[in-house]
Ligand binder design. Structure first.
Ligand SMILES: Cc1cc2nc3c(=O)[nH]c(=O)nc-3n(C[C@H](O)[C@H](O)[C@H](O)COP(=O)(O)OP(=O)(O)OC[C@H]3O[C@@H](n4cnc5c(N)ncnc54)[C@H](O)[C@@H]3O)c2cc1C
Length: 334
């Protein structure tokens, strides 16, 4: 068996240092089948490494998804069905859709990572989730070596959730994702910051390109660039709680922010909870919350995965003590 010799630091945006048996790039489905016949176990998948926190050496062979290609495979007057290699960079896909006049993911501009991880965690931002344009995906079963198509109803998409994070976790490598984009896009500018940015720029009749540029500017002003300060974006999910829980928090904290989910449930921004529990900008060694965005945990240099995790637990405990809500990590802990 190959010794633990490959370094993972350059493969994850939190810049965690850890070893694995080897990192194996796969450029096609055939490359995946070729790896499977070698019976290397266990296998793990990595894309851009922007949604993982590595806490220890990985006793595994890691497939780095490099499967590329973006092509329109079907279209009519209204929509285009686009097949995308799972190793394509997500933001480059957004730019490609804009250059082809196809709408649907302009609000998801500048999210780091690869297309293959997008359905895994049903990425979302500014009022849009990838499931709204998702059609289907192809994946290879890492044990059986068979190819399977998953349609939207198979994927059990939820808020930063899918079947790939739960029931079939680690069982498949997603090789291609098919998205149905609109040729007559309805813009979603309901998110206040987008409207405000468009107004600032005096854009009265925005296009998909205007919305994407507004999103890019908002994100660049708010979120730390992982190339400069290592991070994985939002570390925790925004908790969804009953209205009764919100009401009891409101008694003590009338300024609490919330967004309706349905008649009974609301979403409370985790950033608000973390900030009001006193952890915004707090630093423990090299593990910290970002000074402008309490939900983003950052590595100021040499924090280890376990130090990041301990710091996350301090935040979880502090928020729970103050508000009675236990935050759940959004990132995948390895
Ligand atoms: C600055 C910053 C901002 C962010 N903003 C957002 C945001 O606004 N919204 C949002 O939703 N997320 C956001 N994220 C999180 C992250 O960008 C997304 O979750 C992204 O989809 C992760 O892609 P990746 O290729 O880096 O995945 P990785 O971190 O490489 O992998 C994540 C998980 O998916 C699995 N996986 C990856 N590829 C495949 C595949 N082909 N087949 C099967 N499993 C696979 C991996 O095994 C792992 O468990 C942000 C991250 C950063 C650093």
């Amino acid at each position: 068996m190959t010794p633990l010799r490959s370094e993972l630091r350059d493969f994850n945006t939190m810049r965690m240092q850890a070893k694995c048996r080897s990192v194996i790039p796969v450029f096609s489905e055939q490359d995946v089948f070729d790896v499977l016949v070698q019976e290397l176990h266990p296998l793990k998948i990595i894309g851009g490494g922007s949604n993982i926190l590595i806490t220890k050496d990985q006793d595994a062979y890691i497939l780095k998804n490099e499967i590329k290609g973006i092509e329109i495979i079907d279209e009519d007057g209204d929509n285009a069905l686009v097949k995308v290699g799972a190793g394509e960079n997500w933001h480059l896909l957004v730019l490609w859709t804009i250059s082809h006049g196809l709408g649907g993911i302009e609000n998801l501009a500048l999210i780091p990572g690869c297309v293959g991880a997008a359905p895994m965690q049903n990425i979302g931002a500014y009022g849009v989730e990838q499931e709204s344009v998702f059609h289907s995906l192809q994946a290879i079963d890492l044990v059986e070596g068979t190819t399977k198509t998953f349609y939207k109803e198979d994927c059990k998409f939820g808020y930063r959730e899918s079947i790939f994070k739960n029931e079939v976790k680690g069982k498949y490598i997603i090789t291609h994702v098919n998205y149905l984009f609109s040729k007559h896009p309805k813009l979603n500018t309901s998110y206040g910051a987008i409207n405000q940015k468009l107004q600032e720029k005096q854009v009265d009749n925005p296009t998909i390109e205007d919305v994407a540029h507004a999103v890019i500017e908002i994100r660049q002003s708010k979120l730390p660039d992982p190339k400069i300060i290592p991070n994985t974006g939002s570390f925790f999910k925004n908790p969804v709680v009953g209205i009764d829980v919100l009401e009891s928090i409101k008694v003590r904290f009338p300024s609490v922010v919330s967004y309706p989910v349905d008649e009974k449930m609301v979403k409370i921004p985790a950033a608000w909870l973390i900030q009001h529990a006193g952890y915004k900008g707090m630093r423990h060694g090299d593990a910290a919350t970002h000074e402008n965005h309490a939900l983003v945990l950052v590595n100021h240099g040499n924090a280890t995965g376990n130090e990041m995790l301990s710091f996350a637990e301090i935040i979880q405990n502090g928020v729970e003590d103050k508000f009675g809500i236990r935050l759940v990590p959004e990132v995948n802990i390895w």
